[in-house]
Design a binder for this molecule. Structure first.
Ligand code: ZN
Length: 289
């Protein structure tokens, strides 16, 4: 009796912890001051969830709509920078997880932006998160099903004004996780920007014998090959935590080198993430034997 009671408590805590994690981390909803990163690339996200505004003379591109409740905050950030939210012409995402895309229906509604999503993430986006190999059955990971206006394929370009973004398929974390690259000109110099989609193996991810995503491990390998091949000066990602956003923001000063120029930080982050993936994969392979 006592044992099964303890087990129930344990299960309760386990489920509670899992659903709390599936809901949100506190820093996801903490506001953060909007700022210009470099060139026409601006930060309009919260402390923990990155959103980027790419401003062009023909209107703006928003990358990541985040949580449904993030949308008013993103809008406020865009307006604080002096742009009109209604000038958002194109909406892109890092990957089909609710913390990067649950606000997309609201952004489309408010701005009329065209929603462009990588092919392998499209079914989930249009089903509101249903069908995700890891979280498909969890109600906290669901969001409003959202119509995709353009289906992207690996290597596709998204053009607006003088800006060209390239969609790189970097799968594993989701089947259609997308890493965005673009060139940006700042003070007469051209820089390569990389916005990493996510190289992370989440808690509970099955890298071996995953019936819903049999090729998950080889997809992670492909993703690391792609990330290592991308030239990177400006290192950004779906969460500020990937690239030490807050510390870099604190170091921004007039006349000082731009702290977001960090090719070495990019290389060592990708190397560390790949090592972590390979260690987890080896552990799961050993356990499966
Ligand atoms: Zn994710």
């Amino acid at each position: 009796m006592a044992k099964s009671f303890r087990f129930s408590i344990f299960m309760f805590l386990l489920v509670f912890a899992a659903s709390a994690r599936a809901q949100e981390a506190p820093d996801w909803t903490n506001p953060f001051p909007p700022y210009r990163i470099i060139g026409n690339v601006y930060y309009v996200g919260s402390q923990g969830l990155a959103s980027y505004l790419i401003a062009t003379p023909q209107g703006n591109i928003l990358i990541n709509s985040n949580l449904e409740k993030s949308v008013p905050m993103i809008r406020e950030s865009v307006e604080k920078l002096g742009f009109k939210f209604s000038d958002t012409k194109i909406l892109l995402i890092s990957h089909a997880h609710w913390d990067h895309c649950a606000g997309s229906a609201a952004v489309k509604e408010l701005t009329g932006a065209k929603y462009m999503v990588m092919d392998a993430d499209v079914p989930e986006i249009q089903a509101g998160g249903k069908g995700n190999f890891q979280y498909g059955d969890s109600p906290t990971s669901r969001y409003q099903p959202t119509k995709v206006d353009r289906i992207l394929h690996d290597g596709d370009e998204v053009r607006l004004g003088d800006t060209v973004l390239v969609a790189h398929l970097t799968p594993g974390h989701t089947k259609g996780t997308t890493t965005w690259t673009m060139k940006v000109v700042d003070a007469g110099k051209t820089y390569n920007v990389v916005i990493v989609g996510s190289p992370n193996v989440n808690d509970g991810y099955k890298l071996v014998n995953n019936a819903l995503y049999p090729q998950i491990a080889s997809d992670y390998e492909r993703m690391f090959r792609v990330l290592k091949s991308l030239p990177c000066d400006i290192f950004l990602g779906a969460h500020g935590g990937y690239y030490g956003m807050e510390a870099k923001y604190a170091r921004m000063k007039e006349g000082a080198p731009n702290p977001f120029i960090d090719p070495e930080g990019y290389k060592s982050y990708i190397a560390e993430r790949e090592e972590t993936f390979r260690a987890e994969w080896a552990k799961q392979k050993a356990a499966a034997q």
